[in-house]
Design a protein around this ligand. Structure first.
Ligand SMILES: Cc1cc2nc3c(=O)[nH]c(=O)nc-3n(C[C@H](O)[C@H](O)[C@H](O)COP(=O)(O)OP(=O)(O)OC[C@H]3O[C@@H](n4cnc5c(N)ncnc54)[C@H](O)[C@@H]3O)c2cc1C
Length: 451
C-alpha cells in the first residue's frame, strides 16, 4: 500500500477474484485509474471454450449497465452494434392473442438483449488490453486471510497451491462467493439468503427455415400463467432463449413425455410450433431446473483490505433483469468513490458499504416483487389500467411522475428511492381517488335532493 504525504493509502497491487461480468468490468475501471490489477478466475478462459451449459444465455442490459459500460468505452459497441433492442413486453395470452406493453411509450426507451458469453468475452479482452492488468484463469480461490490481504489459489490444471499477498482484494466471485464466506466469519457481518420455491429451465426457439426470427424480435415475450411463466429474449443468431420459471414441485410432476406435452398444450399452446415438439421433449428432459437465490449482506468491506461487489454482495432473483446491471453499477460507484476520495482506500471501502447497502437490499426486494408482476399481475385489468395511468402521468409530468419500472430500468435513480417514489405515487393516487369518490358522492347527494 502506498502512502503519500497526507497519509492517503493507495493500493499498489489489487486482486480481483472472479472474472465474470462484474469482475472483468471492474478490472477495466481500476486499470484506467492506473492500479496494478491481477484477476483470478476459477474457470477456463471462456474465449476459448464452448457455451457454458446452465448459465443464462442472454441478459437484458438496461440503463445502469449501459452507464458503466459507457465509462470504459464499451457501451456503443454493446448497444448500437450488438444488442437487440426490446421496446416492451409482448404478452402471450392463453387464447393465442398477443398484447404489447411498451416500457416507455413517451420516449421509446429499450432494454437490450445481449449474450452473456459475448459480453464477458468483450470485457475480458478490454481488460487484457491494459498493460497493468494480468488475467489468471483456472485459479480457484481456496483460502483467504482478508485482514492481512492474503489469498490462496489452486491452479486447477497443475493442482498447485499458490499463496499471494495484495493491498486490496475485490470479491466478484458470484452468488456463492468464497470471499464472502470468509467475511461471514467476522463479527458484525449480517447475512441472509432465500431460495424461492421456483426454479428455472432454459429452452430454445430456433430461427425459421430462412434463418429469421419466428416472433417479433424487438420485445421481451412473456407467457404469464399465474403460478408460473415462460419468457423469451432474442439472440443474435435469430433464435430465442426461452426460460421457464416454475415451482420445483411442478417441474417434478412433468416426468413423462405425455404429461409434458399435455402441460404445454394447456398452458403454452402457441409456443409448441415455435419450439417444436421434439425439441421441447429433448431439451426439457436433458436439462435440470436450477434454483434461484436472493442474498443480502452487510458490510461489503473488511477494513481497508477487501470488498465484495456484484452477485457476491447482492445476488437477486432475475425478474427485474437487474443483477448484472446492479453489479456494473457497483463498479461505477467504486470508481466514483476512488475519484472522490483521491484513491484513499481507507475511506472508499466503508463509504461503498454506506452508500450501497440500502440500494442493494432494495433491488433484491424489487426483483422478488417483479416475479409476481410478470407471471400474474400483467394479466390483470387493474395492472393494465395502472400502467396506462402511469404512462399518461409520465407523459404529462416527466420530471415528477416516473413510473417504477422506468425509474429502475431507464434511470440511475437510487434503487431505494425508486421504492420510495412508488410509495409516494401510490399515496397520491389513493388520496386522489378518495377525493374523487367523496366529490362524486357529494354531488350525487346534491343532485338527488335538488332534482
Ligand atoms: C436465469 C437468469 C437470468 C438473468 N437475467 C439477467 C438479466 O436479464 N439482466 C441482468 O442484469 N441480470 C440478469 N441475471 C443476473 C446476472 O446473471 C448476474 O447478476 C451476474 O452474472 C452477476 O455477475 P457477477 O460477475 O457478479 O457474478 P458471476 O457472473 O456469477 O461471475 C462470478 C465469477 O467468479 C468465478 N468464481 C466463483 N468462485 C470462484 C473462486 N472460488 N475462485 C475464483 N473464481 C471464482 C466464477 O467462475 C465466475 O466467473 C440473470 C440471472 C439468472 C440466473
Amino acid at each position: 500500500m502506498e502512502s503519500n504525504r497526507n497519509g492517503i493509502t493507495k493500493p499498489s497491487k489489487v486482486a480481483i477474484v472472479g472474472g465474470g461480468l462484474v469482475g472483468s468490468l471492474c478490472a477495466c475501471f481500476l486499470a484506467k485509474r492506473g492500479l496494478n490489477v491481477e484477476l483470478y478466475e476459477y474457470r477456463n478462459d471462456i474465449r476459448k471454450t464452448e457455451l457454458v451449459k446452465g448459465r443464462s444465455i442472454n441478459l437484458a442490459l438496461s440503463n445502469r449497465g449501459r452507464a458503466a459500460l459507457r465509462a470504459v468505452g464499451l457501451e456503443s459497441h454493446m448497444v448500437r452494434e450488438y444488442g437487440i433492442p426490446m421496446a416492451g413486453r409482448m404478452i402471450h395470452k392463453l387464447n393465442g392473442n398477443l398484447q404489447e406493453l411498451l416500457y416507455d411509450p413517451r420516449t421509446n426507451k429499450n432494454l437490450y438483449s445481449v449474450g452473456r458469453k459475448y459480453l464477458n468475452e468483450v470485457l475480458l479482452t478490454a481488460a487484457e488490453k491494459y498493460d497493468n492488468v494480468k488475467l489468471f484463469f483456472n485459479h480457484k480461490l481456496i483460502n483467504a486471510n482478508l485482514q492481512d490481504g492474503k489469498l490462496v489459489f489452486r491452479q486447477m490444471e497443475t493442482d498447485q497451491t499458490i499463496e499471494l499477498n495484495f493491498d486490496l482484494i475485490i470479491g466478484a466471485d458470484g452468488a456463492f462467493s468464497a470471499i464472502r464466506k470468509h467475511m461471514m466469519k467476522m463479527p458484525l457481518f449480517d447475512f441472509s439468503q432465500t431460495y424461492i420455491e421456483h426454479g428455472y429451465m432454459e429452452l430454445c426457439i430456433p430461427p425459421d427455415s430462412e434463418g429469421k426470427f419466428q416472433m417479433e424480435s424487438n420485445y421481451l415475450h412473456i407467457w404469464p400463467r399465474g403460478e408460473f411463466m415462460m419468457i423469451a429474449l432474442p439472440n443474435q443468431d435469430h433464435s430465442w432463449t426461452v426460460t421457464m420459471f416454475m415451482p420445483f414441485a411442478k417441474f417434478a410432476m412433468l416426468d413423462t413425455t405425455e404429461k409434458l406435452m399435455d402441460f404445454f398444450q394447456k398452458n403454452f399452446p402457441d409456443a409448441i410450433p415455435l419450439i417444436g415438439e421434439d425439441r421441447i421433449i429433448k431439451d426439457f428432459f436433458n436439462a435440470t431446473a436450477l434454483p434461484l437465490v436472493s442474498i443480502k449482506c452487510k458490510p461489503y468491506h473488511v477494513g481497508n483490505r477487501a470488498i465484495i461487489i456484484g452477485d457476491a454482495a447482492h445476488a437477486m432473483v432475475p425478474f427485474y433483469g437487474q443483477g448484472m446491471n446492479a453489479g456494473m453499477e457497483d463498479c461505477l460507484l467504486l470508481d466514483q468513490l476512488l475519484e472522490e476520495y483521491n484513491m484513499n482506500i481507507s475511506k472508499v471501502l466503508p463509504e461503498f458499504t454506506r452508500r450501497r447497502h440500502e440500494d442493494a437490499h432494495a433491488i433484491c426486494d424489487l426483483a422478488m416483487y417483479n416475479y409476481i408482476e410478470m407471471r400474474d399481475l400483467v394479466n390483470r385489468f387493474t395492472y393494465i389500467i395502472r400502467k396506462k395511468f402511469d404512462d399518461f402521468l409520465f407523459w404529462a409530468f416527466p420530471m415528477y411522475w416516473v413510473p417504477l419500472y422506468n425509474s429502475v430500468s431507464f434511470s440511475t435513480m437510487r434503487y431505494s428511492l425508486c421504492i420510495k417514489n412508488r410509495q409516494w405515487q401510490d399515496k397520491v393516487l389513493k388520496q386522489t381517488s378518495i377525493i374523487v369518490v367523496l366529490f362524486a358522492l357529494f354531488f350525487g347527494f346534491l343532485y338527488s335532493i335538488l332534482f
